[in-house]
Design a protein. Structure first.
Lengths: 379, 397
C-alpha cells in the first residue's frame, strides 16, 4: 500500500480537521481535569463523531461499520490528536471493540459491535495489573464453576473504565502469573455484581479506572476466542492499539511543533525574533526530522494493520517506541522554547507535555518496546 | 502486450545476451570498480566488454538523448532497465561524478555546443571528472571562495587552490568554481569553469586523513589558461549552477545505501552474537542489545521515510529542501552504527597496525575513522540544519 493519502483519505482529513477547528479546543482539558463525576469526555462531541461515522470506520458493514481501515481511523485520531481531544475512540473502538471484532463469536459481534459503531455502547479493554505495562502478568483469576466463569482480581489504568458499559477483561484461567499461555478474555458488563470501579483523572485529563472484581460471575458465552489461548488475540489488539495511539500522538507532536514554530517567529528578545538564533533553529530542525520519521513509521504501521501483515507486533513496537520518544521530545522542547510562559497553566503547550507523558507510557514506553522487539527478533 | 511489457522483455533478452556471466550474480564482485577516464585500465576483459556494450547501447545514461550518448529512454523505461539489470545481478558498469553531478548541471546550463563537446565523453566513460569547490578558506562558507579567474582575450588565467578534490590525482578534468568579479557581493562574482587537468600550471597533492591515505587531494592552479568557451552558464552566475549541482550531490550521498543488499543492523547483530555470546537466543549484553534495537528502529524509520518520499514523488507530490534531512540523518545514523560495531569489536578496534589483529578489523577501524568525514562532506550537519530551518521551516535570518 502506498504511503501517501488517497483522494478520499485527504477529504476525510480535511473534514476531521475542520470539525476539530470548529468544535474542539485544547482548553476544554482545564474543565475535564476537575470533573470528578459524570462522563470523562464531551458527550455532544461523541455524538457528533458517531453521526459522522468515524466510530464505525474499522468495523465490517455487517456490524454497522463502514468497512474501512486503520489508515482511515489513523487520520481521524491524528487530526483529533492535534487538539488533544478526549474521546473514547482508542478505548471503545480500537481496544474493546477491536478485541470483540478479532475474537468474538458471531453472537457477541452481532450483539455488541453495532452499538459500539453508533457510539451508544462504550467498550474498553482491561488488561494491565502492574504499575508498568507488562501484558502477560495477569493474576486476575477466571475459574469455571457450574458452567459459569467466576472472575476475581484487580485491573489498573483501564481507559475510560468508569464510562464503559462493559469491559473486555483479560484473566488467567491456567498457568502462573507471567505465562503467555493460560490467558482468557471475557466481556464483562460493568453493572455486574462484585465489580467496583475507581476513577482516576490522569495528568492529561484523560480518565482511567481501577477495576476490582470480587467473584464476578459471567456466562460461558462471554468468552472471546478460546479459553487459555487469548494471548494471540491480545498481542494483535495491543499491537493495533499501540499503533492507533501512535497516530493520535503524531497529531500531538505535529501540533506542539507547529505551535512552537509559530512562537519562534513571533517572540522577540535581544531585539530579534528568537527563531533567528541558531541554537533554536538547529533544535527546531532536528525536531522536524523526528516528526517526519514518526509520520513515516505511523503511516507504515497503520497500513500494516489493514494488510494483516505478519510482522505487525514488531512494527507496533518500532512505531510506539518512536512515537513515545518523539512526543516526549516535543513536549519538552515545546515548553523549553516557550520559555517562562511555557510552564504556566495559561499556555496550552503544557497540555501537550502532559499528554506526551501519559501516552508515552500507555501501552508500553520506548524501553518496553525495544526489549519486546529484540526478544521477538531473537536478540 | 503493452509497450512497456514488450520493452521489458527486450531489455531482459538484451542483458541476457550481452552481459558476460563473469559480470553477473555472485561473480559480479570482480574487484575493479570502473570510474573511466584516460587512466582507466581493466584487469578483466569481460568488465571492459560489458562496459563497451552498454556504451554502444546508450545504457550508461539511458535517459540522455542519443546525440549525447544516451538511449533516449523515458523514465519508466530507464526504471525497467535498472530493474532488469538488478534482477540479473549485473555489476554496475560505470561510477561517475560526470554522470551523477556534472551532467545534470550541463543539461540545464550549458550551450548546445558545450553539451555536444562534453556530454558524450562522460557517457562513454572516457573522461573522469572531479569537483573543485571547497578551498582552505571556503568550507561551509563556500561562497567566500578566492580562486581567481581573470579574463585575457579568449582565455581566463586561473590562480588559486582547491581542497577536498576527491580523486583529483586520477581525474582528467575538473569542474570548478572561480571568482571572476572580486568587487561584487560574494554570491554574485562566481563563475563555473571546466578545466583540463593536463593544462600547464595544474598540480595536485594527496591529503592524508586521520584514517591514513585517502582519495582526497589539494589541487593548485598557477597561471592556468582556460578557454572562455569552457565557461558554463553566464559569467558571474556560477553560484546558480553550483547550487543545483550540490543538490545532486546530496541526493547521491543519501542514495548510497538505498539499494544496499546488506542491512547494517542485521550485520551488527550477527557480529554481536558471535563476539558477545547469547543465552536462550538473546544477546547477553543488555546495553548492547538496547542500543542495537534503537539503531534498528531508527533505520526502519529512515527507510520508511525514503519510501514515503518516493511514493510521494511518484504521485507528483515531491519533496523539496527536505532532501537535506536525508543526508543529515543517514550520515549520523551510519556513524552511530559503525561506532557501536567498533565498540563490540573491543581491542581489535584499537589496532592501527600490527601482527595480532585480523586484517578486516584493521580495515573496519580505518573505515570508522574515515567515516567521521560523512557528517562534514557534502555540507556539514550544521549546514543541513540551517537549510531545513530556513527553507523548510521558514525561520528568519
Amino acid at each position: 500500500m502506498q504511503m501517501i493519502l488517497t483522494e478520499e483519505q485527504e477529504l476525510l482529513r480535511d473534514s476531521v480537521a475542520s470539525f476539530a477547528q470548529d468544535k474542539c479546543d485544547v482548553g476544554q482539558l482545564r474543565a475535564l481535569r476537575n470533573q470528578m463525576t459524570g462522563p470523562g469526555f464531551d458527550e455532544a462531541l461523541w455524538k457528533d463523531a458517531a453521526e459522522l461515522g468515524w466510530l464505525g470506520i474499522p468495523f465490517s458493514e455487517d456490524y454497522g461499520g463502514l468497512g474501512l481501515g486503520y489508515a482511515e481511523l489513523g487520520i481521524v485520531l491524528e487530526e483529533l490528536g492535534k487538539k488533544l481531544v478526549n474521546l473514547p475512540i482508542l478505548s471503545s473502538i480500537v481496544m474493546g471493540g477491536g478485541a470483540i471484532a478479532r475474537g468474538g463469536t458471531e453472537a457477541l459481534k452481532t450483539a455488541l459491535l453495532p452499538g459500539i459503531c453508533d457510539g451508544s455502547v462504550l467498550s474498553t479493554l482491561a488488561y494491565q495489573e502492574t504499575n508498568r505495562h507488562n501484558p502477560y502478568f495477569v493474576e486476575t483469576s477466571a475459574e469455571m464453576i457450574d458452567d459459569t466463569w467466576v472472575l476475581s482480581g484487580r485491573k489498573v489504568l483501564v481507559l475510560d473504565g468508569t464510562d464503559a458499559d462493559h469491559i473486555v477483561l483479560l484473566a488467567r484461567s491456567s498457568n502462573g502469573a507471567t505465562d503467555r499461555d493460560g490467558l482468557s478474555l471475557f466481556v464483562v458488563p460493568c453493572d455486574a455484581n462484585g465489580l467496583v470501579r475507581k476513577r482516576n483523572i490522569l495528568l492529561d485529563s484523560r480518565v482511567a479506572a481501577t477495576i476490582e472484581l470480587d467473584n464476578v460471575k459471567v456466562g460461558a458465552t462471554t468468552l472471546l476466542g478460546r479459553a487459555d489461548e487469548a494471548a494471540d488475540i491480545v498481542d494483535l489488539v495491543l499491537a493495533q492499539s499501540a499503533i492507533a495511539l501512535s497516530a493520535e500522538m503524531l497529531g500531538g507532536i505535529q501540533q506542539a511543533f507547529d505551535t512552537t514554530l509559530e512562537y519562534l517567529k513571533l517572540r522577540e528578545q535581544f531585539g530579534a525574533k528568537i527563531g533567528s538564533f541558531q541554537a533554536l533553529k538547529h533544535r527546531a530542525a532536528r525536531w522536524f526530522c523526528e516528526l517526519e520519521l514518526t509520520r513515516s513509521i505511523v503511516m507504515k504501521a497503520l497500513r500494516a494493520i489493514d494488510e494483516g501483515s505478519d510482522d505487525l507486533v514488531q512494527l507496533a513496537s518500532v512505531c510506539k517506541a518512536r512515537a513515545s520518544s518523539a512526543f516526549h521530545q516535543s513536549g519538552k522542547e515545546g515548553i523549553q522554547m516557550h520559555g517562562g510562559i511555557g510552564v504556566t497553566d495559561e499556555m496550552d503547550i503544557g497540555f501537550f507535555f502532559k499528554r506526551a507523558r501519559v501516552t508515552e507510557m500507555l501501552l508500553g514506553d520506548a524501553g518496553f518496546h525495544r526489549n519486546a522487539y529484540a526478544a521477538l527478533s531473537a536478540y | 502486450m503493452s509497450d512497456l511489457a514488450k520493452f521489458r522483455a527486450e531489455a531482459r533478452a538484451w542483458i541476457e545476451e550481452n552481459c558476460p556471466t563473469s559480470c553477473r550474480g555472485e561473480n559480479s564482485f570482480l574487484p575493479d570498480m570502473v570510474w573511466g577516464g584516460r587512466r582507466q585500465t581493466f584487469e578483466h576483459d569481460d568488465v571492459k566488454l560489458w562496459l563497451d556494450r552498454l556504451i554502444e547501447k546508450g545504457w550508461t545514461v539511458p535517459t540522455w538523448p542519443q546525440e549525447y550518448g544516451g538511449a533516449g529512454l523515458t523514465d519508466a523505461e530507464r526504471d525497467i532497465v535498472l530493474q532488469e539489470m538488478s534482477a540479473a545481478g549485473t555489476r554496475s558498469p560505470l561510477f561517475s561524478f560526470g554522470i551523477a553531478m556534472l551532467a545534470p548541471a550541463l543539461m540545464e546550463f550549458a550551450s548546445e555546443e558545450q553539451k555536444l563537446k562534453f556530454l558524450p565523453p562522460i557517457a562513454r566513460g572516457e573522461i573522469r571528472w572531479c569537483q573543485g569547490y571547497s578551498e582552505p578558506g571556503a568550507g561551509s562558507d563556500l561562497a567566500s571562495l578566492q580562486t581567481r579567474a581573470v579574463k585575457e582575450g579568449d582565455e581566463y588565467i586561473v590562480n588559486g587552490q582547491k581542497i577536498w578534490t576527491s580523486d583529483a590525482n586520477l581525474s582528467d578534468w575538473i569542474f570548478c568554481l572561480v571568482r571572476t568579479e572580486p568587487q561584487a557581493s560574494k554570491h554574485e562574482g562566481i563563475s563555473f569553469l571546466l578545466i583540463d587537468m593536463e593544462t600547464p600550471g595544474v598540480s595536485t597533492s594527496p591529503i592524508e586523513l586521520i584514517s591514513g591515505a585517502s582519495p582526497f587531494c589539494q589541487t593548485f592552479f598557477e597561471d592556468v589558461r582556460v578557454p572562455t568557451s569552457h565557461l558554463i552558464g553566464e559569467e558571474n552566475k556560477g553560484w546558480t549552477v553550483a547550487k543545483r549541482l550540490l543538490q545532486h550531490e546530496r541526493g547521491m550521498l543519501s542514495a548510497y545505501t538505498r539499494g544496499a543488499r546488506i542491512n547494517p543492523t542485521e550485520q551488527i547483530t550477527k557480529f554481536a552474537r558471535r563476539e558477545l555470546g547469547d543465552a536462550d537466543g538473546r544477546l547477553t549484553d543488555q546495553a548492547v542489545r538496547d542500543e542495537l534495537t534503537q539503531l534498528a528502529f531508527d533505520r526502519l524509520c529512515y527507510e520508511a521515510t525514503l519510501q514515503r518520499t518516493m511514493d510521494a514523488a511518484e504521485a507528483g507530490k515531491g519533496m523539496g529542501p527536505e532532501s537535506s534531512m536525508f543526508k543529515l540523518y543517514l550520515s549520523e545514523l551510519g556513524q552511530r552504527e559503525a561506532d557501536l560495531r567498533q565498540r563490540i569489536a573491543g581491542r581489535h578496534a584499537l589496532v592501527w597496525q600490527g601482527e595480532d589483529c585480523p586484517p578486516q578489523e584493521k580495515e573496519l577501524t580505518r573505515g570508522w575513522l574515515y567515516n567521521q568525514a560523512s557528517t562534514i562532506l557534502g555540507g556539514t550537519s550544521e549546514i543541513q540544519l540551517n537549510i531545513i530551518a530556513k527553507r523548510v521551516l521558514g525561520l528568519p535570518d
